[in-house]
Write a protein that binds this ligand. Structure first.
Ligand SMILES: Nc1ncnc2c1ncn2[C@@H]1O[C@H](COP(=O)(O)OP(=O)(O)OP(=O)(O)O)[C@@H](O)[C@H]1O
Ligand SMILES: [Mg+2]
Length: 450
């Protein structure tokens, strides 16, 4: 079935320019092997951002809508390079091509796009887009005649499967930085904005999330689901709703919760690894991927079984930190350059990735901000110089920084006393106080909502 793909690949010169790669490989065989007919592929698709056009936009036709004619609702973008550009991971042209693709994926005409591909026929990588978030859905793979069929098949399977939810672990190895509060209030505002949301209390030692909303344990425990490898447990019995009625609007909003589990808390650490393995929690959550828009996991402040399983289960990691607590910043750096790559090495699909850190819940003066930047600059510098594990932390601390702008912007979720108080009232602050709502909707817009 993939013979034509192999043949076309073999006939490509090793220094083939973009036009050759396009005419001999991408247009005649690759797009077809991915399952797209010619009228489902739009070359030089205008993304709507200035004059920028991406090499291809793809979408399957429906009965009355031929993509090549209507140009509406693109589903996949493909940015093509020639073999004269090195697209191996970490090279300068890889970095600039990923940046270029991300720009297209977020462009005005591409809101419906869910996948992005970069390739030069020598290397290829698939990315997933969910709202504003773009994360790798495969490693950057070297294409050979031997593996090209398997690579295309794998991409095809991924893009044909609907994977609705973005799974986010809210994590920092440092305690008390606002992980639980962020999880609850983010769920609250995403729900208000029509996104179906599930939150998971995966900090069984503290169970703060379960307690802060006053939720009773569900019919089935997470323990029994993790243990149940033969799908005997009805997963719906694992879910508890949290319903909030806005009396003055006569409207109610609901998000779902998987509550904390005493039995998990009581199990010995070595036993947990033995019985469940690291990937088991991900397997359980994958059953919910098509029912929700967001799955948020409240994680523990350590690097042990539960937090490792949470990071293994997620697509992206959201890291709250405190500007005035250097440990929370150093721990964020350790999570980004050590813990998350540890899980990436096991997962082998390029994910999860860290989102840029944010400051949570502390007042901040200009002088304090400058002090925080000194601390962060030195953390970045040290990671760059580290002989054993050179790592560029800059985009994870200063996402807007370029050599031209030197913009040290970090998203700040301000302190607000009522955010802490509402935990006792079992209501997300974002539902009770307009100011808290504003803070958390800004967070949701900064990171997630397009
Ligand atoms: N923006 C904020 N304004 C005011 N108080 C906040 C804010 N964010 C969090 N808090 C308060 O800070 C405290 C710690 O927050 P939280 O329990 O969410 O942290 P955590 O990281 O989950 O802690 P742990 O590591 O123990 O799980 C809580 O009392 C919470 O109400
Ligand atoms: Mg917590």
């Amino acid at each position: 079935m993939y013979e034509t793909l192999v043949k076309a690949l073999r006939s490509l010169p090793s220094d083939a320019k973009e036009a050759i790669v396009n005419h001999s490989f991408i247009a005649p065989v690759f797009l077809k092997a991915l399952g797209f007919k010619p009228e489902e592929c739009f070359p030089q698709y205008p993304t709507g951002k200035g004059a920028d056009a991406v090499d291809y936009a793809l979408r399957h036709n429906t009965d009355d809508d031929i993509f090549l004619h209507t140009k509406s609702h693109p589903y996949i973008l493909l940015e093509l390079k020639g073999r004269d550009k090195d697209l191996s991971e970490g090279s300068a042209s890889y970095t600039s091509t990923v940046k270029q693709l991300k720009g297209y994926l977020l462009a005005p005409n591409c809101k419906t796009v869910q996948w992005g591909i970069i390739t030069n026929s020598d290397y290829i990588q698939l990315f997933k887009k969910h709202g504003k978030v773009i994360y790798p859905a495969s490693l950057c793979l070297k294409i050979t005649p031997d593996n090209v069929g398997a690579i295309v098949e794998d991409i095809k399977q991924k893009i044909e499967n609907i994977s609705r939810a973005l799974t986010v672990a809210i994590y920092n190895n440092k305690g008390g930085v606002g992980k639980t509060t962020t999880t609850v209030n983010l769920a609250a505002v995403l729900t208000l904005h029509g996104r179906k949301t599930l939150i998971v209390d995966f900090d069984p030692n503290q169970q703060d999330l379960t307690n802060s909303l006053g939720i009773k344990p569900a019919k089935e425990s997470l323990y029994s689901c993790l243990e149940d490898k033969n799908n005997r447990v009805n997963l719906n019995d694992l879910i508890n709703p949290y319903i909030f009625k806005f009396k003055n609007l006569n409207k109610e909003f609901k998000f779902d919760i998987i509550t904390a589990d005493d039995k998990l808390f009581e199990e010995r650490e070595d036993k947990l690894y033995q019985i469940f393995k690291l990937h088991r929690f991900r397997q359980v959550l994958n059953n919910f991927k098509n029912k929700y828009d967001y799955i948020l996991i409240d994680s523990c402040p350590n690097w042990r079984f539960f937090s490792q399983s949470a990071i293994y289960a997620c697509d992206v990691v959201l890291i709250p930190a405190k500007h005035n607590n250097i440990f929370s910043l150093k721990n964020a750096a350790v999570a980004i350059r050590k813990f998350i790559p540890e899980i990436q090495r096991i997962r082998k699909d390029g994910s999860p990735i860290a989102l840029p850190i944010f400051f949570n819940g502390e007042k901040i003066t200009e002088a304090q901000r400058i002090t925080a930047h000194y601390g962060i600059d030195s953390i970045i510098e040290q990671a760059r110089k580290d002989r054993d594990n050179k790592f560029d932390l800059l985009p994870y601390f200063y996402p807007r920084f370029t050599n031209a702008t030197k913009d040290r912007y970090i998203f700040d979720l301000p302190s607000y006393a009522h955010i802490a108080n509402t935990a006792f009232e079992r209501i997300p602050a974002a539902y009770k106080y307009k100011i808290a709502y504003d803070y958390y909707i800004n967070l949701a817009k900064e990171y997630f909502l397009q």
